[in-house]
Design a protein around this ligand. Structure first.
Ligand code: ZN
Length: 322
């Protein structure tokens, strides 16, 4: 599992500049859900004091659509605030509208203190160069703009009528934040949970990701929205993600205890050796079974490798290994 496997998150996907406004499915009216193709959902939260853009989608065009929807609410002294849940491209590459020379509506961009450095990484710069070449109509005008207000712990925005708590929820990435809005029992989990499962960027991120899932599931939430899951997924998805990792752990533990060691085979061979096919690791419903093949093969195998790595580090099955 690579350190920075962008391609795995972006398997041959082509992008769109279109952003859809999703019809309210029963969540608080102050939250607007925006959708960019099949890729990602972002959110606008309208409070008494602030209009918050939760993530800026993939580029200036898609961020401009969010801004256009936010604008009518920027009245009676309401200010615009931008939040980056983390520094993956589908969450913050529209930042340039809000800071720097490219800004059309300057506003503070709140993000993890760990996010800024990610824009400087050679892998990220190479990735942008590649995307500009492949899809100039989407990424041609992109200028990297890191967050401008850097936070490292829980951070609370008092919107007047709504409190917005930014909760560090590392795992998927180390700079990841989720949002909790206590007055309306709502969690915006970002990529801390996903359909069918979230992915840790590094093997060490796996236990952190499971901790974060447990902390989000412990919140008294009635509405939970995600960046990569149907808006109907609800709080149950947090529990299903937890159950998935618990089951993968149980299978990996059993394999290690019966003498299994360092996998050499390909993805499907590994899944077979651990006796942990995707199909039996998630609920037996069409929604879960009809996911992109990636999640049943490479993605699922990556989770198994990360789990084996973690368990081996913890010494599980040590006595059985040479
Ligand atoms: Zn994402």
């Amino acid at each position: 599992m690579g350190l920075f496997v962008w391609e795995e998150y972006n398997y041959g996907m082509s992008h769109t500049n279109e952003l859809l406004r999703i019809e309210n499915g029963g969540w608080d009216e102050r939250i607007v859900v925006c959708r960019n193709g099949d890729l990602v959902d972002t959110f606008i939260i309208v409070t008494e004091r602030f209009v918050l853009l939760v993530d800026t989608v993939i580029n200036p065009q898609t961020a401009a659509q969010m801004l256009a929807w936010a604008r009518p609410h920027l009245e009676r002294g309401r200010q615009l605030l931008i939040i980056n849940t983390h520094a993956d491209y589908d969450h913050c590459w529209g930042n340039q509208l809000f800071a720097g020379e490219t800004a059309v509506h300057p506003a503070p961009i709140i993000g993890s203190h760990l996010s800024s450095a990610k824009f400087q990484m050679p892998e990220t710069k190479d990735y942008l160069a590649k995307m500009k070449e492949l899809e100039p109509e989407i990424f041609g005008e992109l200028v990297f703009t890191p967050p401008t207000l850097l936070i490292s712990h829980e951070f609370v925005i008092d919107g007047g009528d709504l409190t917005v708590k930014l909760l560090p929820t590392p795992g998927h990435t180390d700079d990841h934040y989720s949002l909790y809005l206590p007055e309306i029992n709502t969690v915006l989990a970002a990529d801390a949970a996903e359909m069918p499962y979230p992915m840790a960027r590094t093997p060490d991120g796996l236990p952190q990701m499971r901790d974060s899932l447990a902390r989000l599931a412990a919140l008294p939430a009635e509405t939970v929205l995600y960046c990569h899951a149907p808006v109907t997924a609800g709080r149950q998805l947090l529990l299903d993600n937890i159950a998935y990792f618990d089951l993968v752990e149980a299978k990996c533990r059993a394999a290690l205890l019966s003498g299994f060691s360092a996998p050499q085979g390909d993805d499907m061979m590994l899944i077979d050796q651990i006796n942990c096919p995707y199909q039996t690791t998630v609920p037996d419903t069409p929604e879960w079974q009809n996911v992109h093949d990636y999640y049943k093969t490479t993605g699922h195998a990556s989770q198994i490798r990360a789990m084996l790595h973690w368990l081996e580090q913890a010494g599980v099955g040590k006595e059985n290994r040479p």
